[in-house]
Ligand binder design. Structure first.
Ligand code: HEM
Length: 407
């Protein structure tokens, strides 16, 4: 039986695109820097906090280390040495600089609060609901990311911005690594990919400060990390709740745990990581609205993303209207407009009506005759995306960028 309380319904808002408070968001540029940090650390995984404001906290340990590796000209050698470091239980290669080795040995330790039973439930959930998770955390979250100015601009002006296809494939390595039963234990790869990503983020913080296109605070603050974390965690849980996906309470807790572990391993402090879905919803409603809005870079990146999705849907012929309509449905009108997604007057309402019915059918809540024909077009499209995103992870590797986007 779906664990769907009235409270969850209220928290999740009435439409998926509303994303709770996001429906009332003002563009991020308008957010005041003087707004205090009001989310209570008592709702965090740590249970208490230092009082720090996550907008002004980055990664105290990885950032100076990466800056020093750049100064010493060691990044290409580090990339070469770490290239074949893949499994969680694999010893580090010989020859790494001592300070980096010490950092990784520490960073690869799982937090003391990890509960293997919860992680197992989370992994089962990934198997059971993999298609919805792909739709929400890869397609939907990708669409949200381009409407987060700091994220869109940092992706655009960093090295990966020049080849978004490769960038997406690299990001999928982590998405792929966190799914299996042994993701975080011996034989799995999530610890390695998360630690590599933490190094990449520290490198981006170092590099972007010298980009002529970058202005403002150092990128990828703890708040920025939380924003992205919510586009994966909170957004996907709200989406599945909205669609009446059957989720037991063990699955819901397990899914949260897998995302908490990922956040911790990427360097988000425990004092900022939500302990429960309720505290997660509350934090999301604080950080998302003030960090979202339009940018020309986001519009450009979003168009590339939709082209990639259209190409997957029907190679050769660009089936954009359906992709546009589904993207608009997944993120709501405001975000879709910020992203420059063209309206599809005929398809937009049809997709909005058809998708929830398809999910209800898949969840055994309604019979086949109630599913409209368009739903099967969507079904076909999602199957192609899921196959691609669930299998493509192994073809590339996460490496530390050595420079910004050229030009
Ligand atoms: C790189 C995931 C937050 C900007 C990466 C990579 C992964 C990843 C897997 C490695 C792939 C690659 O090298 O391209 C995540 C996750 C996050 C998060 C799971 C939060 C939970 C952020 C935020 C920003 C950001 C908040 C910016 C505001 C970047 C950039 C790169 C990167 C610019 C490097 C692109 C390049 O190679 O040039 N991220 N990220 N990330 N991330 Fe994140």
């Amino acid at each position: 039986m779906a664990d769907l309380s009235r409270r969850d319904m209220l928290i999740s808002g009435t439409t998926l695109g509303a994303l709770g408070a996001l429906g009332m968001a003002s563009p991020a540029q308008a957010a005041s820097q003087s707004d205090g940090w009001t989310w209570p650390a008592s709702g965090s995984v740590a249970g208490s906090g230092s009082g720090a404001d996550p907008r002004w906290v980055w990664d105290d340990v990885a950032d100076p280390l990466l800056a020093s590796l750049f100064d010493r000209g060691l990044i290409p050698e580090v990339n070469r040495l770490l290239y074949d470091w893949n499994r969680n239980d694999q010893p580090l290669p010989a020859g790494l600089p001592e300070d980096l080795r010490a950092f990784i040995e520490q960073a690869r330790q799982l937090p003391s609060w990890v509960d293997p039973a919860k992680l197992n439930a989370g992994a089962r959930f990934h198997v059971l609901k993999g298609n919805y998770i792909v739709v929400l955390t890869i397609v939907g979250a990708g669409m949200l990311a381009t409407a987060i100015p700091k994220e869109a601009r940092s992706v655009y002006y960093s090295a990966g911005g020049a080849d978004l296809k490769d960038r997406v494939a690299k990001t999928n390595i982590l998405a792929y690594a966190v799914r299996p039963q042994n993701a975080w234990s011996a034989g799995g790869t999530a610890v390695v990919e998360a630690v590599k990503t933490r190094l990449v983020h520290a490198a981006v913080r170092h590099l972007l400060q010298s980009s002529p296109h970058w202005s403002g605070p150092i990128p990828i603050s703890q708040e920025d990390m939380l924003v992205t974390w919510h586009t994966l965690a909170t957004y996907s849980m709200r989406g599945m709740r909205e669609w009446n996906v059957r989720i037991s309470s063990a699955e819901s807790t397990g899914y949260l745990q897998s995302l908490q572990v990922m956040g911790h391993m990427l360097g988000i402090r425990d004092e900022f990581l939500p302990a429960t879905w309720d505290s997660s919803y509350a934090q999301s409603d604080i950080v998302l609205p003030r960090n979202m809005g339009p940018t020309s870079e986001g519009v450009e990146l979003n168009a590339i993303l939709r082209n990639m999705l259209a190409e997957l849907t029907s190679p050769g012929s660009i089936d954009k209207p359906l992709v546009n309509a589904f993207s608009r449905y997944l993120t709501g009108n405001q975000v879709a407009d910020w992203n420059g997604i063209p309206r599809q007057p005929l398809l937009d309402p049809v997709v909005k009506a058809a998708w929830p019915l398809l999910v209800r059918f898949r969840e055994g809540l309604i019979g086949l005759p109630l599913v409209p024909a368009t739903a099967w077009l969507l079904d076909e499209m999602i199957k192609k995306w899921t196959t691609y995103y669930l299998t493509r992870g192994a073809q590339t590797k996460i490496v530390i960028p050595t420079g910004n986007r050229p030009g």
